[in-house]
Design a protein around this ligand. Structure first.
Ligand SMILES: Cc1cc2nc3c(=O)[nH]c(=O)nc-3n(C[C@H](O)[C@H](O)[C@H](O)COP(=O)(O)O)c2cc1C
Length: 305
């Protein structure tokens, strides 16, 4: 459907509904529920150079309006990913965004080099995982690190590079500026917020690492506030992520300034959510082009007089 097409950087997406990293495996897991090719795209679980077992259990804790997770980037590592997941991903008829993470900056460069020749659309740099001892979010709150890693990866790989931001950074707008200067094509806002849960029976933190990543409906208003501000900078397209559970949430993101959205934790509660949102988007945009509504809520002042 042409009305739903949306260009972000150098890529045209068939619709704005993407599945977020870490919540849809490597696509195949979701294909058991519906044809993932109807989506605008899927973002893989973050891949690291070497396999990672992840953090000790418990890794998930349900809260009233979201979940805390401390997965710790469990993944098969680059080699196995290329061998076992890439052939399937390369055949998909939707945009595949490969998310990568690292404890050291060199890991990002190494992975980017290895992936360069494969058929996928975007490389998403996870500079925002809060559940690891080094790298991840610690890179994402360090403006110089964001600049250096983005610039080098952009030089290495001949594909669009998106930067997944952490809401923990104190200077988010400055980070967006350096992503733009370093050649990033879009920012993904956001990864999870750092949170804490206490097991009252044990009188101790639920998670061994004490803090964990908070996601789900509770974070949506917090993320939207930043989407609004990043949009006003008018520098880079925004991929919005955080707390989306229904189509009205998607519209809030688009109207605030996101060009695309990524659906995260909602996939766990309803694995069909992605397909339902695509259908609702098709119905909603039957008579209107989606690109005309992106950031439309910013005009509210001007319409007063
Ligand atoms: C269990 C779980 C695993 C996740 N793993 C990753 C990951 O590997 N890489 C990444 O960039 N984000 C990861 N995330 C963050 C999500 O992609 C998303 O940014 C975050 O959950 C906010 O969106 P939501 O509120 O819709 O869940 C993970 C989130 C959850 C809940």
């Amino acid at each position: 459907m042409d009305n739903l097409k949306i260009k972000v950087g150098s890529i045209v997406f068939k619709n704005p509904i993407l599945l977020a990293s870490g919540t849809c495996g490597f696509g195949r897991e979701m294909a058991k529920f519906y044809d993932v090719n109807i989506l605008g795209g899927i973002v893989t679980k973050s891949i690291t150079l070497k396999p990672r077992e992840g953090n000790p259990t418990p890794r998930i804790w349900e809260c009233y309006a979201g979940i805390l997770n401390s997965i710790g980037l469990e993944n098969p590592g680059l080699e196995k990913f290329i061998e076992e997941e890439m052939p399937y991903l390369e055949r998909l008829d939707t945009h595949v965004i490969i998310s990568i993470a690292g404890e050291r900056e060199q890991e990002y460069y190494h992975i980017a080099k290895e992936l360069g020749d494969y058929n996928f659309s975007v490389l998403e740099l996870n500079l925002s995982c809060p559940n690891v001892d080094s790298g991840g979010m610690l890179f994402g709150i360090d403006i110089d690190m964001v600049k250096v890693i983005t610039k080098k990866v952009v030089e290495i790989i001949n594909k669009p590079v998106w930067i997944k931001l952490t809401p923990q950074a104190p200077n988010i707008l400055d980070i967006v500026r350096v992503v733009k200067d370093a050649g990033g094509e879009a920012v993904v806002a956001f990864n999870t917020f750092l949170g804490l849960a206490i097991d009252t029976k044990k009188r101790s933190p639920v998670f061994k690492r004490v803090f964990a990543g908070y996601s789900g409906p509770a974070i949506k208003p917090l993320v939207l506030k930043h989407i609004w501000e990043i949009y006003e900078l008018n520098l880079l397209p925004i991929v919005g992520c955080g707390g989306i559970v229904n189509f009205s949430d998607v519209l809030e993101y688009l109207f605030s300034g996101a060009s695309l959205v990524e659906i995260g934790s909602a996939n766990f509660r309803d694995p069909w959510i992605g397909s339902k949102l695509v259908k609702e988007a098709e119905d909603y945009f039957k008579n209107e082009k989606i690109q005309n509504v992106i950031g439309i809520a910013h005009h509210f002042n001007r319409e007063v007089d």
